[in-house]
Design a protein around this ligand. Structure first.
Ligand SMILES: Cc1ncc(COP(=O)(O)O)c(C=O)c1O
Length: 390
């Protein structure tokens, strides 16, 4: 592979996607993969996977990080390793993997509404959903925003529940001076190619629980039990050395990527300041975001636009903005088969949020083009972008 990676460009008619696509420097990539070929060690817990587990644990400030093939499988393993029975409280405002992993682990998802500000579960939204069959709470750090870790820890302690977090969006994010990774019984991260840490595919479970980590290490493959015999359910969930090589390169660049994401986020805010009814997801003072997502809400009552009109307008210009998450999981089969629970905040978010392109390959010029389309759609044609920061 030579030259620069191809870049999507709305001005040249090529689509501009929402996913991050953060790539390592090409020479570093060639060096790492050259070493991989020389070593001839491609799978089965090679040196790079072991190094990644150590570096991730350091980054997350946890005793353990257990890398696996992706975050969906990591969620399935974590739920199964906790040896639960009964119900798990989850948001419907999430990616399908969060909820489906609960089913795969033989448990029943119970949908819970989210807080209108944080867009996550909180102790207040979860408490009324706890019943005699509840075994665990599975919160999502949506957009990398901490899902009330202290409130939910206290609530789960009081009720004797396990507490897990889907931290697929939250690599490099923090809350009140602590990195996301060490909250609850375990936290699950994604290194999918469109996430801030790109392992092409990949995921990991971070935990401070030694027994849980030991169980997970045995469950993630058929190669890690001394005698090959264990009572635990097992899975081929191993991360390959090629994935680990990519993720290690990404980890080295992570702080730089967060800084660049933040600059893009601020640029978007500056360009879109003052459009009635268009609001950004705000990050409160005690949150350290990775700015992995640019998420806007288009409030129909206050805006001449609807979210879906804006989406169509952007898409007609090859700007592949997304409704994320849409629909809520409670409205998808098989979950809607028994009726649709009343989740008013989730409904509002699913009908008003839009996600815009960001990541290493999105330039300032792309952002100007995208924002000009949005201003035009909002009837602010010809309006110059406001000066100064948002
Ligand atoms: C909230 C959430 N959880 C889980 C996943 C699944 O991650 P993976 O693709 O690594 O399986 C995603 C993927 O986008 C996600 O957004």
């Amino acid at each position: 592979m030579t030259g620069s990676p191809p870049r999507d460009d709305p001005e040249s008619g090529k689509p501009l996607h929402v996913g991050q696509l953060n790539l390592p420097a090409e020479d570093a990539f060639h060096k790492a993969f050259g070493e991989l070929f020389d070593r001839r060690f491609f799978a089965n817990h090679g040196p790079l996977e072991q190094q990644l587990d150590r570096e991730l644990a350091l980054r997350f400030g946890t005793r353990h990080a257990v890398s696996v093939v992706n975050a969906t499988v990591a969620l399935m393993l974590a739920l199964r390793a906790l040896d639960l029975q009964g119900e798990v409280i989850v948001p419907a405002f999430t990616f399908p993997a969060t909820v489906q992993a609960v089913d795969w682990a033989g448990l029943k998802p119970v949908f819970c509404d989210v807080d209108p500000h944080s867009q996550t579960l909180t102790a207040q939204t979860v408490a009324p959903r706890i019943g005699p069959a509840t075994a665990a709470i599975l919160g999502v750090h949506v957009w990398g925003r901490a899902c009330d870790p202290d409130g939910l820890a206290e609530l789960s302690r009081r009720h004797g529940l396990k507490l897990l977090f889907d931290a697929a969006h939250a690599v490099g994010a923090g809350f009140r001076g602590r990195p996301i990774g060490g909250f609850g019984d375990a936290e699950v991260f994604s290194f999918h190619a469109t996430k801030i840490l790109n392992g092409v595919e990949g995921g990991c479970i971070a935990t401070n629980d030694d027994d849980l980590a030991a169980r997970l290490r045995r469950m993630r493959s058929f190669h890690e039990a001394d005698d090959g015999v264990t009572r635990l359910y097992r899975l081929n969930a191993k991360m390959s050395e090629a994935q680990a090589a990519m993720a290690l390169l990404g980890l080295r660049d992570l702080d730089g990527l967060i800084g660049q994401n933040r600059r893009r986020y601020e640029r978007y805010r500056q360009e879109l300041d003052g459009i009635p009814g268009v609001r950004f997801v705000d990050y409160a003072g005690d949150e350290a975001s990775n700015y992995q997502f640019i998420v806007l809400s288009v409030e129909p009552a206050a805006s001449p636009l609807s979210r879906d009109m804006l989406l169509d307008r952007l898409r007609s210009r090859q700007i592949l903005a997304r409704r994320y998450f849409h629909p809520g999981m409670h409205r998808t089969p098989p979950y809607c088969d028994d009726g649709i629970p009343d989740l008013p905040v989730t409904e509002r978010l699913c009908s008003s949020l839009i996600q815009l392109p960001t990541g290493q390959l999105v330039t300032d010029r792309d952002i100007e083009t995208i924002c000009a389309v949005i201003r035009e759609a909002a009837g602010m044609d010809g309006a110059a972008a406001p000066k100064g920061s948002a």
